[in-house]
Write a protein that binds this ligand. Structure first.
Ligand SMILES: CC(C)(COP(=O)(O)OP(=O)(O)OC[C@H]1O[C@@H](n2cnc3c(N)ncnc32)[C@H](O)[C@@H]1OP(=O)(O)O)[C@@H](O)C(=O)NCCC(=O)NCCS
Length: 174
């Protein structure tokens, strides 16, 4: 792998990003969500890792809030790395790059629905007080996680309100 370039995605990256999700999630069709997020505008931060002019990884962060709160929060996902380049630190680099952006965007807390065995390395912990937008299947309980990136204005409690691309129960239940 040559030196990785990390930058916000551009419209010309779409085909490369789509390729990664097809390869990394062969049994899950995340493309409709990814396309909607990329079209959604400034509420979504989309970052790519580029290796030798090819998209090697992609991550999205969607800015959101708790019901009845103005505090800026973020939802991480999806994240994918091209399978041939797994275990070379690309996923971690993308997560950390996103965290840096969160500091400038003043999003103090990031939520994720994902495998805790992967996300605990970044400091994510099971989230008990903030509910996901849709009830999760029992077996996914520990997959709903959060990380506090800076001091909270107030303790987080309530239900996460997400924008349109994430308002599909199927994204949270299967
Ligand atoms: C998860 C994913 C993004 C990690 O990308 P990556 O570039 O390989 O990640 P990194 O190199 O930063 O970290 C690799 C480490 O994570 C581990 N890892 C990856 N997925 C894991 C999982 N689901 N559970 C536990 N560990 C996992 C690898 O075994 C490796 O461990 P090591 O450091 O001990 O060798 C990538 O494997 C991927 O695209 N997977 C398919 C899509 C997916 O599951 N995305 C969402 C994650 S919940």
């Amino acid at each position: 792998m040559s030196k990785l370039e990390i930058r916000e995605s551009q419209p010309g990256d779409l085909a490369g990003i789509e390729q990664i999700y097809g390869d990394a999630f062969p049994e899950e069709d995340l493309l409709p969500l990814v396309r909607e997020l990329l079209d959604f505008g400034p509420s979504v931060l989309s970052i790519v890792a580029v290796d030798e002019n090819a998209i090697a990884g992609h991550i999205c962060f969607t800015f959101c809030q708790l019901e009845e709160s103005e505090e800026m929060l973020a939802l991480l996902g999806p994240l994918a790395v091209t399978p041939a380049l797994h275990k070379q630190g690309i996923g971690s680099t993308l997560v950390q790059a996103g965290f840096k952006h969160m500091e400038t965007s003043k999003a103090g807390c990031v939520f994720v629905l994902g495998d805790p065995n992967y996300y605990d390395r970044f400091g994510f912990q099971a989230e008990e007080k903030v509910l996901p937008p849709y009830p999760l299947p029992d077996e996914w309980h520990g997959a709903w996680q959060s990380i506090q990136l800076c001091d909270p204005e107030a303790p987080h409690e309530g239900k996460l309100t997400v924008p349109e691309p994430w308002r599909k129960s199927v994204l949270w239940t299967s």
